[in-house]
Each structure stands twice: as structure tokens, then as C-alpha cells.
Design a protein around this ligand. Structure first.
Ligand code: NDP
Length: 415
């Protein structure tokens, strides 16, 4: 017997000792060790009621029980945000890749534990049909390709989580929702901000009427883009410039924050003359939306001004400011209001969570349980209709009336 091996009797004693926290230590209290209830590990709160409660231990599903995703298109969003986010998911895992760059795909597959046999080219997408580990796809391709890959994934029975914007035309968006409905698969648009905790907290604050009625919204999403060629400057591939790429976050926010649909839109667009990047798509856009309650939203978006992703909401009795509202991280929520005789500014501390993981897990849970996602295809269809109206307004130089969507565009709130 090697020196470090214990005889059987010693093992039994060691195991018994482990159960009491080790020889000589007092046994742990139930508060310290927690307990298992309904298959979940739970700890009673160890703090007093005055402190905010802890978040609890995450309860990830065993990997083999998670919804398996094929990630289609290995560009920046897929590699820098989506694939890393799977490591924080509890309901989903990446199991296949579809790419036009075999060498890159092999490297990425190895990094994420995806078998080489589950890496395919675009022409082989239909081979996913035979892979039972793949229940859903995440489409991270340039905008104009979303329709084709949604239709092909739906045709082989895979659920679709598609990057924003849903497509580059209203007709394409409608074809995508119809194809998924026909195939009996779920379609969700990847509106990450609608799953981001600070945005959820803001929606709750608005609904609570703590600050009275919301009257005005200011939203900006701007950045400085680099040189071409890149698909974002190609009108056919992108469907537009700053508006569908980043201004869309402002547009979508005005709708999910208010729960209303705009009735009138007015837009101005600008592209610097002679800048070949903006020969086909706009550099900058400013737009105003009016809502049935009287609320007005002013939105700005640009590819040509220093990064600003801010949101400010003006209420009867206060205002809310969200810093970095549309960024991947760094959101902060401050409330300005009167407290007694003084004006106060307070930060509402909201625990940050990876919004990509939240969004992917939400879709995976919807697939598992056969439920409607919070941001189904219809949510993207409505924004596309509004973006087309904004371009019309800019072209005609006048406000345009907007029709309400034909039905609800959002499913139940995410958990
Ligand atoms: P990238 O340009 O970084 O990557 C696109 C990838 O698509 C390429 O790397 C390539 O992957 C694949 N591709 C296939 N055909 C083409 C083609 N003809 N031209 C260009 N690329 C092609 O784009 P992003 O990752 O930034 O954007 C992808 C999608 O994600 C867009 O719809 C965009 O709007 C959205 N997005 C969403 C964000 C969010 O926060 N939710 C942020 C950024 C983008 P491969 O080499 O594997 O074939």
C-alpha cells in the first residue's frame, strides 16, 4: 500500500469526518451548508432583512439537457460576444458551427469544445438536420443574409434566434415569420437590451408610476466607424446605415419602454458628401416619434460621432438616466427627483448580467417549453416597418403617419 493511501477503515472514518466538517470542527449549520429542494441547491439568506437578498446559486441544466445551438457566421458578434456568452448560459450550449472560413471555424470549434464533425460550410447547412444535438440556430450573418438562413434552418426543423435587424426589407421580415410558422419552429430576434437587467428594472419603474407619467424620451446610439470596404457600407447587404445597425436600439427601446406603438414619425438623415463609405447608406440620422399617450421620443444615431449610447427618460416627477444604455456592459441607472425639500440624485444598483446569455437562455427555455419568446419575429417586423417609414419621412422631408402593427409583437415578459 502506498504511503498516501488510507486503509478501508481509515476511509470510512475520513468520510464520516467529512460530514461533520472534518475532525475537531463543529458541524456546519443548515445556513452554512444549504440543502437540496426540488433538485436545486438552496441556501437560506445569511444576511439580515435590511440588506438586499443575494442572487442565489445559479442552477445550470446539465450540459446534455441543454438546447444545442449551431452558430451561423463567425464574425465579431459571434466570436466576441455570443460564443463567450454560452459559458454563462444555463439552458443552452453551442454544439455546431456554420462558416465560410474553414480554418477559422476549426480554431473556434476547438476553443469551444465543438466536435470537428459538427463544423459545416454554408452549402452544407442542411446537414444539421441529421444532428439531433442541434435544436436551434443563432444567425450572426450580415443583415441581407438573415432571410435565407432563417428559411433554410426552419425548413430542416431548427428553431431560429436571429440577429437584429431581422432583415433588410419588410417583405423579407414577413417571409421569415411565415416560414417559421409554417415549419412549426420558433423565431426570435436577438434584441439583447430587452433581456438586460437595467432595462428590465427601468420598465418596472415606468410601470410602477413611481415618478408619474413618462412624457419624453431621449435616446442616442452613436459611434465612429472605420474604413471600408465592409458589408455595413453596402446598401444591399446592410439595408441602411446607422439606423438599422445601431439607431434600431433607440427605436426598439421607445416601444418596449413605453409599451406603446408610435403613431407619427419624422426623420432627417445626413451623409458627408464625397465620403465613399456613405454613398449607399446614411452616416447619421435624427428622428422623432409621437405616441398615442402624447409621449414624444427624440432619437439620434450616427456612424460619425464619438461613442454615446445614452438614454434619458423624463417623467412628471423625476427623470431616469441610463449610462451606456445600449452598450454590451457598463449600464448604470440614476434617478433624479425631489425628496422632501431637496432635489436628489440616487443610483439604483442593479446586478449586471450578461445580456447575451440572458437572451440565449430565454430562447432556449421557450424552445424547451414550447412558449412564445418575449421578442418573437413580429417584434422585428414592426421595427422594420417603422424604419422604412423613417426613411420615407427623411426622403419626403415631412412627418409620416404610422399604422399600428396587425397584432401583438411581444410575448410574455422574460423571467
Ligand atoms: P462581421 O462583419 O464581424 O461578421 C460577419 C460574418 O458573417 C463574417 O465574419 C463571415 O463569417 C460571415 N459572412 C458570410 N458571408 C459574408 C459576406 N458576404 N460578407 C460578410 N460576412 C459574411 O459582422 P458582425 O458580427 O458585426 O454582425 C453580424 C450580425 O450581427 C449583423 O446582423 C449585425 O447587425 C448583428 N450585430 C448585433 C450586435 C448586437 O449587439 N446584438 C452587435 C453587432 C452586430 P464566416 O467567416 O464564418 O463565414
Amino acid at each position: 500500500m502506498a504511503e498516501h493511501e488510507l486503509p478501508r477503515r481509515g476511509l470510512v472514518l475520513a468520510a464520516a469526518a467529512l460530514g461533520t466538517g472534518g475532525a475537531g470542527y463543529p458541524p456546519p449549520s443548515p445556513i452554512d451548508s444549504g440543502h437540496v429542494e426540488g433538485g436545486r441547491v438552496q441556501f437560506p439568506d445569511w444576511r439580515g432583512p435590511a440588506d438586499p437578498p443575494g442572487g442565489g446559486a445559479p442552477q445550470p441544466r446539465p450540459p446534455g439537457e441543454r438546447i444545442g445551438f449551431a452558430v451561423i457566421g463567425l464574425g465579431r458578434i459571434a466570436l466576441e460576444e455570443v460564443l463567450p456568452a454560452f459559458a454563462e448560459c444555463k439552458e443552452a450550449r453551442p454544439v455546431a458551427l456554420v462558416s465560410g472560413s474553414p480554418e477559422k471555424a476549426r480554431v473556434v470549434a476547438a476553443q469551444h469544445g465543438i466536435p470537428e464533425g459538427a463544423v459545416h460550410g454554408y452549402g452544407e447547412l442542411e446537414r444539421l438536420r441529421e444532428n439531433p444535438a442541434v435544436q436551434a440556430v443563432y444567425i450572426a450573418l450580415p443583415n441581407a443574409m438573415h432571410r435565407e438562413y432563417t428559411e433554410r434552418a426552419a425548413a430542416i426543423g431548427k428553431h431560429v434566434l436571429c440577429e437584429k435587424p431581422l432583415a433588410t426589407s419588410l417583405a423579407d421580415c414577413q417571409a421569415m415569420t411565415a416560414a417559421c410558422a409554417r415549419a412549426g419552429v420558433r423565431l426570435m430576434i436577438a434584441y439583447r437590451a430587452q433581456y438586460q437587467p437595467h432595462h428590465r428594472a427601468t420598465i418596472a419603474l415606468i410601470r410602477s408610476r413611481e415618478l408619474g407619467r413618462l412624457r419624453l424620451i431621449e435616446a442616442a446610439n452613436t459611434q465612429v466607424n472605420g474604413p471600408g470596404p465592409q458589408w455595413r457600407y453596402d446598401g444591399r447587404m446592410a439595408g441602411g446605415g446607422a439606423l438599422p445597425d445601431i439607431g434600431l436600439y433607440c427605436l426598439n427601446a421607445t416601444r418596449y419602454l413605453t409599451g406603446e406603438e408610435p403613431v407619427q414619425a419624422f426623420a432627417s438623415i445626413y451623409s458627408p458628401p464625397g465620403d465613399t463609405r456613405f454613398a449607399e447608406v446614411e452616416e447619421s440620422i435624427a428622428f422623432q416619434l409621437r405616441f398615442p399617450s402624447g409621449l414624444i421620443a427624440n432619437c439620434l444615431s450616427s456612424y460619425g460621432t464619438y461613442e454615446n449610447r445614452s438614454l434619458r427618460l423624463h417623467f412628471e416627477r423625476g427623470s431616469i438616466e441610463m449610462a451606456h444604455a445600449f452598450a454590451y456592459e457598463g449600464q448604470r441607472l440614476t434617478v433624479q427627483r425631489r425628496v422632501g425639500e431637496i432635489g436628489a440624485e440616487e443610483e439604483r444598483i442593479v446586478k449586471p448580467k450578461n445580456q447575451f446569455a440572458q437572451e440565449i437562455d430565454h430562447f432556449a427555455a421557450c424552445v424547451r417549453e414550447g412558449r412564445q419568446p418575449h421578442t418573437p419575429g413580429e417584434e422585428g417586423v414592426q421595427d422594420q416597418a417603422l424604419m422604412e417609414a423613417l426613411y420615407r419621412s427623411a426622403k419626403e422631408g415631412r412627418p409620416v403617419r404610422l399604422e399600428p402593427p396587425p397584432g401583438p409583437t411581444r410575448g410574455p415578459d422574460p423571467a
